[in-house]
Design a protein. Structure first.
Length: 265
């Protein structure tokens, strides 16, 4: 189980001229700091899939990067199966599989070599690595390109390789930042089925997305972030009940509720 409470992260703004027009008008810009994540809380049980929603720039990637320990939170807490992630980032890293927005593969290495390298970093033996790559190549339909140099890969092939690499060590929690962005329909389906499989195995999955059809297909829980604050956190049914059952309407309702909450404090 993962439990996140009151996460916050701000970035120093060295050159305000580099901010977008929207960011300059964003209430999260306070003096020399942009408070990307101000107050984010949610939880996810084993075997559950949580969809993290929010408009562009809401703070989803920043939140996921904090969970993955790539970024340090300014305040708040994260516990995975009782382990304090912020206090023990190295121990926690072993428990987490993280797919970031950029796949960052080594172009000169084959898909297999890219994945195996991560297995080595996690201390897996050669035979464990071979067996696990075989298993993942079956699940993610990768056999036809696994031994090609990754610089020749399509976006879908790169994404599947990056996902395989992220879950190589059978993490206790999988975090995926927009895993289907830029993928064609077939690659998207493979990735969605893979998430279903993780769920069936009891592994909690947290993923950010702008696709509400993925939320209705996969998610048990939904968290909506708006301007760095979680304005909805509940089950998919509770999310649907925010409106007439249409997920687009529920999303807009969650944002509206968040805005009136912020205005009232
Ligand atoms: N290192 C940084 N320095 C300054 N500002 C940052 C930094 N990282 C993120 N931000 C800002 O924090 C805000 C939240 O960004 P984030 O990438 O977390 O949003 P997001 O919800 O993932 O958006 P999207 O849906 O567009 O991917 C944005 O305004 C972004 O520009």
């Amino acid at each position: 189980m993962i439990e996140i409470k009151k996460l916050a992260k701000r970035f120093a703004v060295d050159n305000p001229k580099k901010l977008s027009e929207q960011e300059r008008r964003d209430p999260r810009l306070k003096g020399r700091f942009f408070h990307s994540v101000q107050d984010v809380s949610f939880s996810c049980d084993n075997g559950q899939v949580l969809g993290l929603l929010g408009p562009n720039g809401a703070g989803k990637t920043t939140t996921l990067r904090i969970l993955s320990t790539a970024l340090k939170a300014d305040s708040g807490s994260i516990f995975i199966d009782g382990e304090d992630v912020l206090q023990n980032p190295i121990v926690a890293r072993k428990k987490i599989g993280f797919l970031s927005g950029t796949t960052g593969l080594y172009g000169r290495l084959s898909g297999r070599e890219n994945i195996a390298y991560f297995g080595q970093l996690h201390g897996m033996s050669k035979s464990q690595i071979e067996q696990r790559i075989d298993e993942l190549a079956d699940l993610l339909d990768m056999h036809s390109f696994l031994d090609r140099r990754s610089e020749t890969f399509s976006s879908g092939m790169k994404q599947k390789t990056a996902i395989a690499r992220a879950v190589m060590h059978k993490p206790a929690l999988v975090i995926l930042d927009e895993p289907t962005t830029g993928l064609d329909i077939m690659a998207t389906q493979t990735v969605l089925e893979f998430i279903q499989r993780l769920k069936a195995d009891g592994t909690p999955v947290i993923f950010s997305t702008h696709h509400l059809d993925e939320v209705s297909e996969l998610c048990d829980r939904v968290t909506v972030i708006n301007q760095g604050t979680s304005c909805f956190d509940g089950s998919l049914d509770e999310f649907k009940q925010l409106s007439d059952g249409n997920l687009h309407h529920s999303f807009m309702q969650a944002l509206a509720q968040g805005e009136s909450y912020v205005a009232s404090v």
